[in-house]
Design a protein around this ligand. Structure first.
Ligand code: MG
Length: 205
């Protein structure tokens, strides 16, 4: 499986990092080795001095598809989870300056924390664009997201990405982070909530 991550999909987050809101979706990949095993702490790699959290809604693909029309994209997922796109911001900045790919900063082991459970959209009983989520660092809310603030909707993203690569069953789509990203240090505890429900907890070491 692969992990497809969307960058700059919330205007306030794009602005907080000094980026323009994109005119078309931008995406990058993480390998399956990036997944942080459940109940495993995230050890900050020794080569970064500015590791950031980015909480994101995550959709699991349940059908094989390529060239998916956005109006049919909702047939390719039926549950939503939450994840953290861990980012070595200092390394990413160097990659950006050099025009290099971001993998060193974004695709390292443990960089994709994903909730063990996903929630059925049917059971949630509300449109995807009304979902709310948050990240708490050491008990304090630092990021609050509302899916309706996405620049590109989930269905638009699936339509866009599937022009370039096939979605396979089990692939994960990270849909971008809202504003409020920030650093983690050893000893921090991160808790992600989706619709008010605790879904993911990561201890940082
Ligand atoms: Mg992200």
């Amino acid at each position: 499986m692969k992990i497809i991550c969307i960058g700059r999909n919330y205007a306030e987050h794009a602005a907080e990092l000094g980026n323009q809101a994109p005119s078309e979706p931008m995406f990058f990949l993480k390998p399956d080795s990036a997944i942080l095993p459940h109940r495993t702490p995230l050890y900050i790699p020794e080569w970064t001095h500015d590791l950031h959290y980015e909480v994101e809604l995550v959709f699991r693909i349940n059908r094989l598809g390529k060239y998916i029309e956005p109006r049919f994209a909702n047939k390719y997922y039926n549950e939503v989870g939450i994840g953290i796109d861990f980012t070595a911001r200092d390394i990413q900045q160097k990659c950006k300056e050099k025009g290099h790919p971001w993998e060193k900063a974004k695709a390292f082991d443990g960089s994709a924390a994903v909730s063990r459970h996903f929630l059925s959209l049917e059971e949630l009983g509300k449109p995807v664009q009304e979902l709310r989520f948050s990240l708490e660092k050491n008990g304090e809310i630092v990021q609050e997201g509302f899916a309706g603030d996405m620049i590109f909707s989930v269905d638009t993203l699936i339509g866009y990405v599937s022009q370039y690569m096939t979605f396979k069953i089990g692939d994960l789509l990270f849909t971008g982070t809202p504003s409020g990203v920030g650093p983690v240090t050893a000893g921090d505890t991160l808790v992600c909530k989706l619709e008010g429900k605790e879904m993911l907890k990561v201890n940082v070491k």
